[in-house]
Write a protein that binds this ligand. Structure first.
Ligand code: ZN
Length: 159
């Protein structure tokens, strides 16, 4: 059976960034399951996995536009400290959820200069070319419920 629309596939992976450092990987014996064609994983990787089957191994190099997008400098903003009501000791690296016209956006503090706080709403992997080393470990038909929900159920559905 090959990976195609409405198929659940699981894979082991190692994700490395442009400079070769490991960003993320699956734990041994704990492959990542996803519903193919439902946008559960980044588009570039989904495209590379199309047609693959159990045991296939591949190295996929994914450009930013098919991964987490290009960086958008308009999502880097300076806000007054007063915007962080009730939060003391603001530090670089702290994460918040900001309200925007497009709904809540996760942001990270990238600079603290006096009363001016710089926040970045870009995805941490935006602008990066990503390399996935992947091994497909399981391919099966999705259930009707999984297709309706657009995601994988592993034994239970708790929503
Ligand atoms: Zn569900």
């Amino acid at each position: 059976m090959q990976i195609a629309q409405n198929v659940v596939a699981s894979f082991d992976y190692v994700l490395t960034g442009a400079d070769g450092e490991v960003i993320d990987k699956s734990e041994p014996g704990q492959p990542l399951p996803y519903l193919h064609g439902a946008g559960n994983i980044i588009p570039g990787l989904e495209a590379e996995l199309e047609g693959k089957t159990v045991g296939d191994e591949l190295t996929a190099v994914i450009e930013p536009k098919l991964a987490y997008g290009e960086r958008n400098e308009q999502m880097v903003q300076q806000v007054p400290k007063a915007a962080f009501q009730g939060v003391e000791d603001l530090e670089v690296g702290m994460r918040f959820t900001a309200e925007s016209n497009a709904g809540p956006v996760p942001v990270v503090i990238t600079a603290v200069e006096g009363d001016t706080i710089t926040v970045d709403g870009n995805h941490p992997l935006a602008g990066q070319t990503l390399t996935f080393q992947v091994k497909v470990t399981e391919v099966r038909e999705a259930s009707k419920e999984e297709i309706e929900h657009g995601h994988v159920h592993n034994g239970s559905c708790d929503h």
